[in-house]
Design a protein around this ligand. Structure first.
Ligand code: 3PG
Length: 407
């Protein structure tokens, strides 16, 4: 599929104010508020540097987590991390589009970089609606008049149709940043060349995205096997009748994911044999890893897949010609529970298949393990890349294409 959209190269940015939507949503330690991984910030550095070097005043828009989550926080620390990565000051203001933010933008000089507050502090931001609706939001109406261009580099959020992602494309000349360009070119080329067997490894905690994709790729027959890990696996185990015990059921219930258990039941029935589940799990007892067969899971938190599961999954990964993986296999940040994530990543890196991995956490783990040479493409996006690979239209890409065609 050939893609056409404007990029940074198409605009003269000298002395202009450029709104740049980045995705620097990062793992944050809820207790200390420290940023645990800066992979996404490093990726966006090229776009930000190029825009700033063109003599622009760069205004960064970004989100961190979602309302209600324990890492839903301000972007103050992100500005410090970005300043260090860019070796250039990135100022921060605890405002998004109010008069303080707008005044600060007007005072900016050529080459200045400003990071606005977490856009998801603003309630309209989290509603996914058509771009024609998002253009009417307060954020888009207030910020458009103080800017000249909009550059969207937030590939990892390209599956969201939120004001800061799709609204400005209708009010300002708009193009893609370098991360967006690179991701779209690599991923569309992967979609055009899928070889079978094709295996999806779906884990992490974003169960909504995983189930949607699973249903999609199974229905259009583009996946041979789905290997479930992480919270996704626990939901499928429960749906298949395995007693995952009170603690793990409550964890799922507390997140409001019970409907996904019902959905999982239906998918297991419809696509018999295609959805693989762990045969053993690692639970956390007295802060230590203990492995159990799924028939004997104790009432303790399941934090990883077990060794027999890893062996079984690794074989399917080795035999696959195309592998897409999204989300970690367990609570890999916790000592003793990174084995599933590490071994799955090692299996992917040593397979001869075309491999794409996505999701902030999994990409960060692969980068830390220095596996980038064995993996065809490490995407900065989890939900975004997996939606794209499953043939879904990404609102951000649609709007980028639309505004390019209109010119
Ligand atoms: C991600 O981490 O996948 C992106 O930042 C999008 O985040 P979201 O799933 O909370 O919209």
């Amino acid at each position: 599929m050939s893609l056409q959209f404007f990029t940074i190269d198409d605009f003269d940015m000298e002395d202009k104010t450029v709104l740049v939507r980045v995705d620097i949503n990062s793992p944050v330690d809820p207790a200390s508020g420290s940023i645990l991984d800066d992979t996404r910030m490093r990726l966006h550095a090229q776009t930000i540097k190029e825009i700033s070097k063109k003599g622009a005043k760069t205004v960064l828009l970004a989100h961190q987590s979602r309302p209600g989550k324990n890492d839903f926080t301000t972007l103050e620390k992100h500005s410090v991390a970005l300043s260090n990565i860019l070796n250039h000051p990135v100022s921060y203001i605890d405002d998004i589009f109010g008069s303080a933010a707008r005044e600060k933008i007007k005072e900016m000089k050529k080459g200045d970089i400003l990071l606005l507050e977490n856009v998801r502090f603003y309630s309209e931001e989290i509603l996914n609606r058509e771009p024609s609706e998002q253009v009417k939001t307060h954020m888009v109406r207030k910020l458009s008049p103080v800017a000249d261009y909009f550059i969207n580099d937030a590939f990892a959020a390209a599956h969201r149709s939120q004001p800061s992602l799709v609204g400005f494309a209708l009010t300002l000349p708009t193009g893609a940043g370098r991360v967006m360009e690179n991701e779209l070119n690599s991923l569309y080329s992967a979609v055009d060349n899928v070889k079978r067997p094709c295996v999806y490894v779906l884990g992490g905690v974003k169960v909504d995205d995983s189930i949607m994709i699973m249903e999609n790729v199974l229905r259009n027959d583009s996946a041979d096997y789905i290997l479930t890990t992480g919270l996704v696996a626990n939901i499928f185990l429960w749906a298949s009748g395995v007693n995952i015990r009170k603690y793990n059921k409550k964890f799922i219930e507390d997140r409001g994911y019970c409907d996904f258990v019902k959905k999982a039941k239906q998918l297991l029935k419809e696509f018999k044999g295609k959805i693989k589940m762990p045969v053993d799990v690692a639970v956390c007892i007295n802060d230590k890893r203990k492995e159990y067969n799924i028939k004997k899971i104790p009432d303790s938190p399941i934090f990883d897949i077990g060794t027999d599961t890893i062996t079984e999954y690794a074989k399917l990964i080795r035999d696959a010609k195309t592998i897409f993986a999204n989300g970690p296999a367990g609570v890999f940040e916790k000592e003793g529970f990174s084995i599933g994530t590490d071994d799955i990543l090692n299996a992917i890196a040593s397979s001869n298949g075309y491999s794409i991995i996505g999701g902030g956490h999994l990409a960060a783990a692969a980068n830390h393990m220095d596996l980038s040479s064995g993996i065809t493409h490490i995407s900065s996006g989890g939900g975004a890349s997996i939606n794209l690979l499953a043939g879904e239209k990404l609102p951000v890409v649609e709007v980028l294409k639309e505004v390019t065609l209109k010119k």
